[in-house]
Design a protein around this ligand. Structure first.
Ligand code: NAD
Length: 294
């Protein structure tokens, strides 16, 4: 079996997979690969699959499968698997980090010090305590955020049409969440329903001064609409790990908008998570090899 590692994984992974066959990270070997390991960087289109006639299994290390054309894979008889449980804590901690950094002026304070400015009087902070957090999507990651936000003394609301009850978030209608939340954190997958869900219409329903956290997907945002809401002050802050494209187009209006904390899609990139993803990948390949008698 030839295993092609297309994107960055934990450095220990090739050694762990060697017992299943040849492991390579040489993209020129795509045509010979039986198994391809991707994260979010490689986009597995129908064309990409056409260049991999031997491929039988794509493993997406992590959660979202929006970079894999599953219909094209099905047509070619290629199995698609992922490791959905691994990343929840890593992403939830980053969402919390952004939610803490925005009202505490961490970036402005830090940058000021580097520029020789001691902004003690200028920088005003606000607390998360007794504020309302609205989780747009409350699956694995949203639930981990809910637990952490509750520990900060926040009231946690959630809108998720596919969840009927929740242990630590109060499920509400979307309009209620938009009207009541001081913070809105996005945790839906990218689907036809969630593409551009933060747009002029939904922004208009949010409280003035809302802060939005996005560790979900960049395409869930209508970027010009959000940039306009940041410029007007209707949205007081945006903390994001995700972009319309990776990396963002230099013309992306959120690169210049005020009160934005910008991260380069590192939600899943903790050392611990890469190890957990590696364990999941190894188990999936073991299962595949066992089934195929390889
Ligand atoms: P999950 O499937 O456990 O949870 C997603 C939730 O969204 C589900 O409960 C689902 O019912 C809900 N949902 C679906 N459509 C919805 C809609 N229209 N409105 C409201 N809720 C809706 O997934 P997860 O593990 O929590 O991951 C969520 C997303 O986080 C992933 O799909 C991925 O896009 C993103 N993610 C980002 C990073 C990163 O590096 N920043 C890493 C991992 C995952």
């Amino acid at each position: 079996m030839k295993i092609l590692i297309c994107d960055p994984f934990d450095p220990s992974l090739p050694g762990k997979l060697a017992r299943f066959g040849e492991v390579t990270d040489d993209p020129a070997q795509l045509a010979q690969a039986d198994v391809a390991l991707v994260r979010s960087k490689t986009v597995c289109t129908a064309d990409w699959m056409a260049g991999a006639p031997n491929l039988k299994l794509i493993i997406r290390g992590g959660v979202g499968l929006d970079n894999v054309d599953r219909a094209a894979a099905k047509e070619r008889g290629i199995e698609v698997r992922n490791t959905p449980e691994a990343s929840s804590v890593a992403v939830a901690e980053l969402a919390m980090a952004l939610m803490i950094a925005l009202p505490n002026q961490l970036i402005a304070g830090h940058n000021g010090m580097r520029e020789g400015k001691f902004l003690k009087k200028e920088l005003k902070r606000t607390e998360l305590f007794q504020k309302t957090l609205g989780l747009w999507g409350v699956g694995r990651i949203g639930t981990e955020v809910a637990r952490r936000a509750a520990a900060f003394g926040m009231t946690v609301l959630a809108y998720d049409p596919f969840v009927k009850s929740h242990e630590c978030a109060k499920l509400v209608a979307l309009d209620t969440l938009l009207a009541q939340a001081d913070y809105i954190s996005l945790h839906t997958p990218l689907t036809d329903d969630t593409r551009g869900m933060v747009n002029a219409a939904s922004l208009a329903k949010m409280k003035k001064g809302v802060r939005i956290i996005n560790t979900g997907r960049g395409k869930c945002i209508d970027e010009p609409a959000l940039a306009a809401a940041l410029a007007s002050g209707h949205v007081a802050g945006y903390g994001t790990d995700v972009w319309y494209s990776d990396p963002p187009d230099p013309a992306c209006p959120l690169l210049q908008a005020p009160n934005v904390i910008r991260l380069p899609h590192i939600g899943a990139s903790t050392k611990e998570n890469l190890l957990r993803i590696g364990v999941g990948v190894e188990a999936l390949i073991g299962e595949f090899a066992g089934r195929k008698g390889r």
